[in-house]
Design a protein around this ligand. Structure first.
Ligand SMILES: [Zn+2]
Length: 257
């Protein structure tokens, strides 16, 4: 829509351009681009441009509003497409944990499991018992009852793992409370600093690994110790860092820990 409106605007101001002169001579013939109607035999492209115009006029309640909106995105009579595009985009409300869960360096499976965890949609035992699928809600990592907040990271097993991760990465602030961790991350890790990225990767990687460990114990009768799980998380994080374009000092820092 932004591109089509830019074309319409250039036709409107009769920008010095051979194609626009041709449009004026062939389709407009002294008509106004905001009101001209498509005729039989007009090109597909021209009809599409007019369709977008009609749609935008409807959305912005009239030609004058639309013209004002397009003009507000111009600089020295050139339309800035990015500005126009963002004006046209509906405002999105980003959830505060968006950049933690969807950090670009995360493995997609880590992001996906963390996304479910943040929304409390993982099928933990408390949910399965409510649905009548299981008849006890024991945590497979300890003997307490399992729910999202217990599993990440109040459980004595996952607490040990998460503390090892936090100590390894020299977290100044430590917590094993899911809500505290999430709100702390949402406030402190908004930026794109390399250490921030690593700490975001560490959280989603740990969530994923604990979820896998819990499933391995239930479905495969396999178990790792907290130290083994920590080692695997560390390998995961190191391989993401060493395979990406991190500055040398960050690589040296992570290798020195
Ligand atoms: Zn537990």
């Amino acid at each position: 829509m932004a591109s089509a409106l830019k074309i319409l605007w250039n036709i409107h101001i009769n920008k010095e351009n051979l194609w626009i002169k041709w449009i004026h001579g062939t389709y407009l013939k002294h008509n106004d681009v905001w009101h001209v109607q498509a005729r039989k035999g007009d090109s597909w492209m021209w009809r599409q441009i007019l369709k977008v115009r009609d749609k935008a006029q409807g959305l912005y309640r009239g030609t004058d509003n639309l013209k004002q909106l397009i003009f507000s995105c111009s600089k020295n009579s050139n339309i800035r497409l990015s500005a126009l595009s963002s004006v046209l985009s509906p405002t999105t409300n980003l959830v505060p944990w968006h950049s933690i869960v969807w950090e670009k360096l995360n493995y997609p499976k880590h992001s996906f499991v963390s996304w479910l965890a943040v929304q409390d949609r993982l099928l933990t035992q408390d949910k399965l018992i409510n649905r009548g699928i299981v008849n006890n809600n024991n945590c497979s990592l300890c003997t307490d009852t399992e729910n999202r907040n217990h599993l990440f990271f109040e459980c004595c097993f996952s607490r040990d793992v998460w503390i090892m991760v936090m100590e390894w990465l020299q977290f100044k602030w430590k917590s094993c409370n899911w809500d505290q961790i999430l709100s702390w991350y949402s406030v402190r890790f908004r930026g794109n600093g390399f250490k921030q990225k690593i700490k975001k990767i560490a959280l989603t990687s740990t969530v994923y690994s604990i979820w896998c460990e819990r499933n391995a114990r239930i479905f495969k009768q396999k178990r790792r110790t907290a130290a083994q799980l920590f080692r695997d998380i560390k390998i995961n994080i190191m391989s993401i860092i060493l395979n990406d374009h991190f500055p040398d000092e960050i690589r040296e820092w992570i290798c020195s820990l």
